[in-house]
Design a protein around this ligand. Structure first.
Ligand code: COA
Length: 325
């Protein structure tokens, strides 16, 4: 038994913040942001919650596969920005969809969250614990951003995207292999210190701006390129493939220069490297499924194509997967 993506869906909030808009908020420029990151716009959720975004992405995937919500066995939401600490965001998605027969939960692996969730769903399917599973990456990151910090506020955005997995007996399609890694030595590379058991909610943590993302961008950048290339080689090796077998690489959209650097080291031509960061910025767990959905809707993925998915996130998580479409 293998798991196969039978449909995709996505949702980006209507409100857009351009690089020019950001020039009025912090000391930055459209030119710097475009050249250093590849980002042109980011979407802002305003009053919508993470589960609102996740629901809309999931609904599109369900509708396009012509599946009844009652057929959904499980819903996994990967997010670092849940609606609230308790209950899980996935339960709000379940209720909004009317997917009464599903079990639902969230996972947090930062920007690798979607990949970790995909691997969990893949295992459920292989072990016959569930068949139709919604794997969603959804984030409202713009509430967690320090709008006074130009090194972080220009790179993040809100959004959600989803894949619907189903079981297939065809051994020649679907998720062929996945590799996951993490390293707790580098938790300070990208961190939001509060509120949590480490620093419970208080006026102090708000005054100290501990509720916002702090990131060592440059160090993270270098580690990202190295780890993504290594884990990609590892997962390709698992299925006796090489970079030359890859039809399309879909990476976490953190920075256009990271993705291009990985593409160059892999020897992949530009047309085999999906870039969607210009349209939605870094949306953490939502970014790989957003890029996948964008490529799918754009007709860039054909039946039988070999897709290489890879991720890198705080701090540190990294992963890769091979899918035969
Ligand atoms: N506008 C203008 N200048 C800016 C700026 C902004 N928004 N942000 C930083 N700068 C300045 C810095 O102050 C620095 O100035 P200085 O040379 O005078 O000191 C200069 O630009 C270079 O800063 P640096 O941090 O070295 O830039 P960079 O090329 O590494 O780009 C990131 C910064 C954040 C875009 C980049 O490091 C990155 O994308 N990192 C990885 C992010 C990531 O993958 N995160 C984890 C997964 S989500």
């Amino acid at each position: 038994m293998r798991s196969k993506i039978i449909s995709t869906g996505s949702y980006l909030p209507e409100k857009i913040l351009t690089n020019k808009d950001l020039e009025k908020i912090v000391d930055t420029s459209d030119e710097w942001i475009t050249q250093r990151t590849g980002i042109r716009v980011r979407h802002i959720a305003d009053k919508e919650t993470t589960s609102d975004l996740a629901y809309k992405a999931a609904l599109e995937a369900i509708d396009s596969a012509n599946v009844d919500p009652l057929e959904i066995d499980a819903i996994i939401v990967a997010t670092v920005t849940p609606d609230m600490p308790l209950p899980a965001t996935a339960l709000f998605v379940q209720e909004k969809l009317g997917a009464k027969n599903a079990f639902a939960f969230d996972i947090n692996a930062a920007c690798s969250g979607f990949m970790y969730a995909l691997s969990i769903a893949d295992s459920y399917i292989k072990n016959n614990l569930a068949k139709k599973i919604l794997v969603i990456g959804a984030e409202v990151l713009t509430n967690m951003i320090d709008w006074q910090d130009r090194s972080t506020c220009v790179i993040f955005g809100d959004g959600a995207a989803c894949v619907l997995l189903d079981a297939t007996e065809n051994e020649d399609e679907g998720i062929l292999s996945m590799k996951l890694h993490s390293d707790g030595k580098y938790t300070d590379l990208m961190i939001v210190e509060a509120p949590g058991s480490y620093k419970p909610c208080s006026k102090d943590v708000i005054d100290n701006r501990d509720i916002y993302v702090k990131m060592k961008g440059n160090e993270t950048f270098k580690m990202a390129v190295r780890h993504i290339v290594e884990v990609s080689k590892e997962v390709l090796g698992d299925v006796n493939m090489e970079f030359s077998d890859v039809d399309l690489m879909i990476s976490h959209q953190a920075n256009r220069r990271i993705i291009e650097s990985v593409g160059r080291r892999a020897g992949l031509p530009a047309e085999k490297v999906v870039i969607s960061i210009d349209k939605h910025a870094n949306t953490a767990a939502a970014s790989i499924p957003l890029a996948l959905d964008w490529a799918h809707k754009n007709g860039e993925i054909k039946k039988g194509d070999i897709l290489l998915l890879n991720s890198f996130g705080a701090s540190l998580t990294w992963s890769a997967g091979i899918i035969k479409w």
